[in-house]
Design a protein around this ligand. Structure first.
Ligand code: SF4
Length: 445
């Protein structure tokens, strides 16, 4: 929690020597509280003052990285309890289990299945970022082998074992790719903490309640672990949910450092639909990493959709890439129309064009994610900006007819746009739902 000017003042020498450029220590403390100056400007600040101020300035929740390169995952670093207060920063990482008791062929197939998922929604990829290698065999060598297979699949790896020997064996194989070691308990904190510290990997602290978790993270810090993730091993879903809410509250509202870490949760029990519900709930409250067992696309999709919706910035409309998009398999004689890059507008238009079964080109004009009428009335959509978008997107190379269909709501710009672009402007329907009729009855006529 940030310190007040008076709290900072108590840590200063109070000699009013003015060397910091301020008339008194109190004036300097007030400026420091407002982040207008640095403590380094006072040459007489004690080590104790420096330590306390650095601790107070640290973010309330640590950001933890596991995996490397393109597979690197960042979790934590959150600042608010509710999305509408600001936004959530780092989307929950979804991990799928890879059990080490699979035979070689099945292990390979499972890794390939997880690796091959490529979901996309409203133009945004929805990846499965990690594989959680589990240790049902109880055998250290098998666990290390499975970890190696998962590591080769190009995803971040979570090593799920309670056995320090299995953890060490796996770290020897995949330690360079910075896996997340899961989990250290009160009983194994020393061995797991040492293994994680030696490999410079983050470690998960697992305990049945927030109080024990808080003690455990302090133990792991003393063992040299720099990055920690929490796992609340609660007896039932309700206890888990209330416990996770309490942890988040203590970390962010009370700045309780021993619980200021992201959370990993398991939703890998039961049928795929149960896992989907559980994982979605955990994403809402407040898991930074969720582990599931299912590889059913119909169960994974709602989990990923929940994540995508929760982690959009409420102050920033979701936008589509401004360019010419092909719908169906259009050619040089196909219709070309424009709409804005507000995702809701664009995908409504795209859906209606698709429904018409007339292959078409859609020029998506950058209006900073606003709809047609909002953009027009806010000066973000004009004959000039559309003509420029046509030029930037090189629409001449798409079609051979020089006809542009514009939304009926901005019919007023048709004359000027014709002048600016040199194209024939056709005024399309006001409502997107009328596009199929327009394309069939007017365009094709
Ligand atoms: Fe006070 Fe330090 Fe500024 Fe001197 S330099 S007035 S001791 S804050």
């Amino acid at each position: 929690m940030a310190m007040s000017g008076l709290e900072i003042f108590k840590l200063l020498p109070k000699t009013n020597c003015k060397e910091c450029g301020h008339p008194t220590c109190l004036a300097f403390a007030m400026a420091l509280a407002q982040k207008k100056v640095s403590l380094d400007d006072c040459p007489y600040a004690s080590d104790e003052a420096r330590e306390q101020l650095a601790a107070a300035a640290a973010p309330p929740m640590q950001t933890v990285t596991f995996g490397t390169g393109d597979a690197a995952c960042q979790v934590g670093g959150e600042t608010v309890l509710f999305r509408h207060e600001e936004k959530f920063h780092r989307p929950t990482v979804l991990a799928v289990t890879v059990p080490d008791d699979l035979d070689e062929a099945a292990l390979k197939e499972r890794c390939e299945t997880i690796q091959g998922f490529a979901f996309e929604r409203i133009g945004q990829p929805m990846p499965i970022e990690a594989m959680a290698v589990t240790n049902p065999s109880g055998d250290a060598a098998r666990f290390a082998g499975a970890a190696e297979a998962a590591g080769a699949a190009g995803k971040a790896v979570i090593l799920v074992t309670e056995d320090p020997d299995a953890a060490k064996a796996a770290l020897e194989k995949v330690g360079d790719s910075r896996p997340l070691l899961c989990c250290a308990t009160t009983e194994t904190a020393e061995a797991m903490g040492a293994a994680a510290a030696e490999a410079s990997c983050p470690v998960v602290a697992r305990a049945p309640d927030p109080e024990t978790l808080a003690d455990l993270t302090e133990q792991l810090k003393e063992a040299g672990c720099a990055e920690i993730v929490l796992h609340l091993d609660a007896p039932d879903p309700w206890s888990e949910l209330t416990g996770l809410s309490r942890i988040r509250n203590l970390a962010l509202r009370q700045s309780f450092r021993p619980l200021g870490y992201p959370v990993l949760a398991f939703a890998d029990d039961g049928e795929p639909d149960t896992q989907a519900v559980r994982a979605s709930t955990l994403i809402c409250k407040y898991a930074g990493i969720v582990v599931v067992e299912t590889v059913e696309p119909w169960a994974l999709l709602p989990i990923l959709t929940t994540r995508q919706n929760l982690y959009t910035d409420p102050q920033k409309p979701v936008q589509v890439e401004p360019k010419v998009h092909a719908v169906g398999d259009p050619d040089a004689s196909s219709p070309l129309m424009f709409t804005t890059n507000f995702s809701l507008t664009y995908y409504t238009v795209e859906g209606d064009v698709e429904a018409s079964r007339v292959p078409s080109w859609i020029l998506c004009v950058d209006t900073e994610g606003t709809s047609v009428l909002t953009a027009y009335s806010g000066d973000k959509l004009s004959a000039e900006s559309v003509a420029k978008a046509m030029q930037d997107a090189d629409v001449d190379s798409c079609v051979n007819h020089k006809k542009l269909i514009i939304p009926g709501y901005v019919a007023v710009m048709s004359g000027k746009l014709e002048e600016k672009s040199g194209w024939e402007i056709l005024v399309g329907p006001r409502e997107s739902s009328q596009i199929p009729r327009y394309l069939k009855e007017v365009w094709k006529a």
